[in-house]
Ligand binder design. Sequence first.
Ligand code: KIV
Ligand code: NA
Length: 269
Amino acid sequence: MRRLTVPAIRERKQDGVTQQPIVMLTAYTARQAQLLDAHCDMLLVGDSLGQVIYGLPSTIPVTLEMMANHAAAVVRGSYHSVVVVDMPFGSYEGSPQDAFDSAAFLLKESGAAAVKLEGGEAMAETVEFLVKRGIPVMGHVGLTPQAVNVLGGYKARGRDDAEADKIVGDAKALCAAGAFAIVVEGVVEPIAIAATKAVDCPTIGIGASAQCDGQVLVTEDMLGMFERVPRFVKRYENIAETIAGAAETYASEVRARTFPGEEQTYQPK
Ligand code: KIV
Ligand code: NA
């Protein structure tokens, strides 16, 4: 299986219709990427790794180095999916040139194919600057977690007309600037559908609508790694219980001196 390409993802949507919805999950490690790769079209090295891997309170403190290291691991662990890396807060907003330097660093360090950045119309000039210089860009509109301090929380967006118009306008501006796809996060369904209909490039929904051109979830969320998850997450497994259960059994066997057993113990010939 040859690795999918950015143009192949973009071309999934033709004349406003996506025949085959785009499947995307986050991945932060090589082994995780290996397990997810064959089932996905794209793997996102999301800056959500700040909370998920590093226990940070938000994505704001995430650095370029953290993103580059995890992205390199995910590229090493995959051979099929397009690997997209999030640009962390502070690495791209200042100017298109800053954004280019940061994006080039991420792609050179990791071997990933594309970057993702948050923000709509305000980032359109930057998106165009990067795309014209050889860096494919995925947009991200609606609930943009790096703007948590401006938005004041992680509530769904698009509930009033002004917000709804802005989300659709942001998606249009990004697509016109050359974004190959756009994540639509935490947006009321009619507005997610309106944004999807308004743009030629595929929309990837999270907390949005099944009518988006694709879907993404944080893998740890959908595996049931956390007790508390947003309403839009469907838990396909309860991995937290599995891990805690295994640790409990291991601990009791160590304390009872029943592990290691005969099978796990070397003896002289
Ligand atoms: O960082 C992340 O995981 C993301 C997705 C949730 C879209 O940006
Ligand atoms: Na992100």
